[in-house]
Design a binder for this molecule. Structure first.
Ligand SMILES: O=C(O)CCC(=O)C(=O)O
Length: 270
C-alpha cells in the first residue's frame, strides 16, 4: 500500500492581510464560547458554533477561504467541487499555559476514518517561529508507512473490539517513540514548516502531524483548520453518521458561496 503525497503542501501568501484580520476577529469572537467546555477548551468546531447560534465567525472564516488562494487549492484537490466538513473545521487558540493545547502526533483519520480523501487546510493566524508553535510532520526521508501500519493495526483492533462500524478512535504517538522508530535519520525525522500568517499548510488524513514542541519560551498562536472533501466521496465517518457539510457553490455572477446540507440529504433518493 502506498500513501500519496505523504508530505504537507505549503502555500505562502494565500490570504490578504485584511482576510487574516477578519479571521483573527472571528477567532476572538469564538474564544469566549470555547471557555467552560470541559474538553478541548482551546478549540471549537464550526458545527458546534452553529448549533450554539454563533454563525458569524464561521461565515467570516469561510468567506475568507472562498475568496483566497485556498479556494484555488481546494478546487485542484477536488476538481468536481468540495465541501467543508463542518464538525471538523475548527477555530483553535494554542495557549502554552494549557496542557490541553498540545496535540501529539496523530492522523486526522482518527476521527474522519479512511474512505474518501479529506484535506486539512491549516491556517495559522500568527507568524510561526520564535516560540510560536507550528505543526510538525514526518520528514521526506522517513518511511511514513511505518507509522501508518502501527496506526492501522491499533485502529483495526479498537474497531473490532467495538464492532460498531466506522467511528472515531483516539490514537496519538509519543514524539520520543516516533523518534526511536526513525532513529536512523536523526533530526531529519521531523519537519516544521515556518510560514507567516497569510500562508497555509495542507495535508490529507493519512499525514501524521502534531503541535510543534518549541525549544524557546512558547507563545500563543491562533489557527483555523478547514477540513474539506468531495461531497460525493466523503471519508467513512461522515458517510456513517448524520453530519452537516457546507458545499462550495459558484453563483451566476461568479461569486463563491456555500450551501449547508446534511449528509443524510445527500443520500436521499432524488
Ligand atoms: O494546531 C495545532 O497545534 C494542532 C492542530 C492539529 O493537530 C490538526 O489540525 O489536526
Amino acid at each position: 500500500m502506498s500513501i500519496p503525497n505523504a508530505v504537507p503542501v505549503v502555500v505562502e501568501q494565500a490570504f490578504s492581510a485584511e482576510q487574516i484580520r477578519s479571521m483573527s476577529a472571528a477567532l476572538d469572537a469564538a474564544r469566549p464560547i470555547m471557555d467552560g467546555r470541559e474538553r478541548r477548551a482551546n478549540s471549537i468546531g464550526f458545527e458546534a458554533l452553529w448549533r450554539l447560534n454563533h454563525p458569524r465567525p464561521i461565515m467570516a472564516a469561510m468567506s475568507a477561504f472562498l475568496n483566497s488562494r485556498a479556494y484555488d487549492f481546494a478546487m485542484q484537490q477536488f476538481p468536481g467541487g468540495f465541501c467543508f466538513l463542518l464538525r471538523n473545521c475548527s477555530f483553535r487558540y494554542h495557549d502554552p499555559a494549557s496542557a490541553k493545547s498540545h496535540l501529539d502526533l496523530h492522523f486526522d483519520a482518527n476521527f474522519l476514518g479512511l474512505g474518501g480523501k479529506a484535506v486539512n487546510v491549516w491556517v495559522p493566524l500568527n507568524d510561526l517561529g520564535d516560540g510560536v508553535p507550528g505543526l510538525t510532520f514526518l520528514g521526506p526521508e522517513v518511511d511514513p508507512l511505518k507509522l501508518y501500519r502501527a496506526w492501522r493495526s491499533k485502529r483495526d483492533a479498537l474497531l473490532a473490539a467495538r464492532a460498531s462500524g466506522p467511528t472515531p478512535v483516539n490514537i496519538f504517538f509519543d514524539r520520543e517513540d516516533v523518534q526511536s522508530v526513525f532513529r536512523e535519520v536523526g533530526e531529519a525525522a521531523f519537519i516544521t514548516p515556518r510560514i507567516k500568517a497569510g500562508g497555509f499548510v495542507a495535508f490529507h488524513q493519512l499525514v501524521a502531524h502534531g503541535t510543534e514542541v518549541v525549544s524557546s519560551v512558547p507563545k500563543a498562536r491562533g489557527s483555523i483548520e478547514f477540513r474539506i472533501a468531495d461531497p460525493e466521496a466523503l471519508p467513512e465517518v461522515y458517510r456513517a453518521r448524520k453530519a452537516s457539510l457546507a458545499v462550495a457553490k459558484t453563483g451566476a455572477d461568479g461569486r463563491h458561496g456555500i450551501e449547508v446540507v446534511l449528509t443524510s440529504e445527500l443520500d436521499a433518493p432524488a
